[in-house]
Each structure stands twice: as C-alpha cells, then as structure tokens.
Design a protein around this ligand. Structure first.
Ligand code: HPA
Length: 270
C-alpha cells in the first residue's frame, strides 16, 4: 500500500506540481462544488495509476486541483463505495494519496436518509460523530506505522474547531444547518422500515453508505476532518416515502448551492 500511494503521489506531483492543503470528497449530487474551484488541473480517475474507477451514475470520476480563495484544494468529484465491490483499502486509497500530496484537512460530503424526526428532506447536517456498522474495517490487517498507529483514537473524528467555524460561517451566510450522528451501512439497498428504526434506536440521526471508511483512514493519518450530509429522504415510520436513487440525487441537487457555499466559505475562513 505504501509503495502504491507513493507511486500515485509521484505521478500526480509530476503532472500537476500542486501541493493541496484541503481535500474535498463530493458526494451524490454535490459535484457542482467543482465550479467554486478555480481549476488548475483535472485528472480523470482512469488516468491515475492505482486509482479505482467510479461505477455509479451521477459520479463523474475526476480529481480536481485548484484554489478556493487563497486555499489550495484537491477535490474528488465522485467517490468509491464499498457496495460497488471495492475493498475498504480501495475505497480509502484516494484519502491516503491526498494526505501524501500535502492535505491536512479533509472535507467529506454525502447524501443520507434522516431518522431524526426534527429533520426534513433538504436539511444540511453537520456530522459531529459517526457509528461504524460497515462490515469490513479499512484498518484491518497488518498496520503500516508510516501511515499511522495501530490503534486510532476516535474521540474526535470530526474536528470541533472545524464544526464551530462551519456553524459560524453558516450563521453569517444565513444557511440553516443542523447537526447529527451519521451511521454507516454498506448498502446498496436502502433501509427497511425496521432498519431505519434500528438506526434511530442505536442513537444516530442519519444513515448512509459512505464517509465512515474515509474518515477512519483520514484519522489514522491524523488529518482534521469535517463532514456534511444532505438529508435526501426520511426514514420515519409515519413519513417514509419510497426512496430511489433519482430522488436522492434530486434532493441533493436542490441543497447543493447551499452546501457548496458552506464548504467554500469554510475553506476560506478556516
Ligand atoms: N439510506 C442509506 N443511504 C442513503 C439514504 C438512505 O436512506 N439516502 C441517501 N443515501
């Protein structure tokens, strides 16, 4: 893994000469953030050695390098999901590459199903903690100390400082945000009614199929993380509607302008 990461980093450095400080992973329907970046380089995943290739509709699959204000950013337009068949090591490979390109702060976005009764479709939720119920762990196996320690402290997976700054930024911009705990399941099925109830009972506010592995690996390498989720459907027994991928994308698209602005202004301000 170490050698692969170094090889990929070297390829990207040779190609771009770019040293990003911020990494951004753009979730379903949220890829428009790319337009907020003054793009200097763009690399399709299939051109990057060792990179997996995205298979989900709505995911473009490229790495974008550029600036947001004065900050240097690398953004993943399209991410890799465990349910696509990738191993957890493949899912999180780009995060390792980002770290070794120079990224210290990672911003992750996603679409999720809400189980908190105070949520509504279209809500923007700042993730302050997560519950990992994915069936495989990205750090399982022999630990490579060059990346990070065997046992990773997860008392603050999502940076308090970044959360506070994001809330301040949101307030100034008049963007309503909520906060919550994200629970990660493998998918690709959406939850049954009983599973949504389980998610709620376990103490989470929303549920999705990404983010958790990436944040775990980022914390392994001591990156500062920020997570934001768009509630694209509600898994409440009373209000549950039949959810499909198209609706998820549409709901995410609707919230996109606000999420984009929040991420861009957070990067400028933090
Ligand atoms: N469940 C899991 N993942 C999701 C959902 C959901 O309801 N909505 C968007 N991603």
């Amino acid at each position: 893994m170490w050698e692969k990461v170094q090889q990929t980093v070297e390829y990207i450095k040779n190609k771009t000469g770019f040293t990003p400080e911020y990494g951004v992973i753009l979730g379903s329907g949220l890829g428009g953030f790319a337009e907020d970046i003054t793009i200097e380089h763009s690399l399709p995943y299939h051109e990057i050695p060792n990179f997996p290739v995205s298979t989900v509709a709505g995911h473009k699959g490229r790495l974008i390098f550029g600036t947001v204000g004065s900050k240097k950013v690398v953004a993943m337009q399209g991410r890799f999901h465990y349910y696509e068949g990738y191993s957890m090591q493949e899912v999180t490979f780009p995060v390792r590459v980002m770290k070794h390109l120079g990224v210290r702060r990672l911003i992750v976005s996603n679409a999720s199903g809400g189980v908190n009764p105070y949520y509504h479709v279209g809500d923007i939720v700042i993730i302050y903690d997560h519950i990992n119920l994915m069936p495989e762990h990205p750090l399982r196996g022999k630990n490579d100390e060059r990346f990070g320690p065997r046992f990773v402290n997860m008392s603050e997976p999502y940076s308090r400082n970044m959360i506070n700054k994001a809330k301040e930024v949101a307030k100034n911009l008049n963007i309503e945000v909520k906060d919550g705990i994200y629970l990660g399941l493998q998918g690709p099925t959406f939850e049954t009614l009983s599973e949504y109830r389980m998610v709620k009972t376990l103490g989470a506010d929303c549920v999705g199929m990404s983010t958790v592995p990436e944040v775990i690996v980022a914390r392994h390498m001591d990156m500062e993380c920020f997570g934001v989720s768009v509630i694209t459907d509600m898994g409440n027994e009373d209000t549950i509607a039949e959810v499909n991928h198209e609706e998820v994308l549409q709901a995410a698209k609707k919230a996109e302008p606000k999420v984009r602005t929040l991420i861009a202004e957070l990067i400028k301000a933090y």
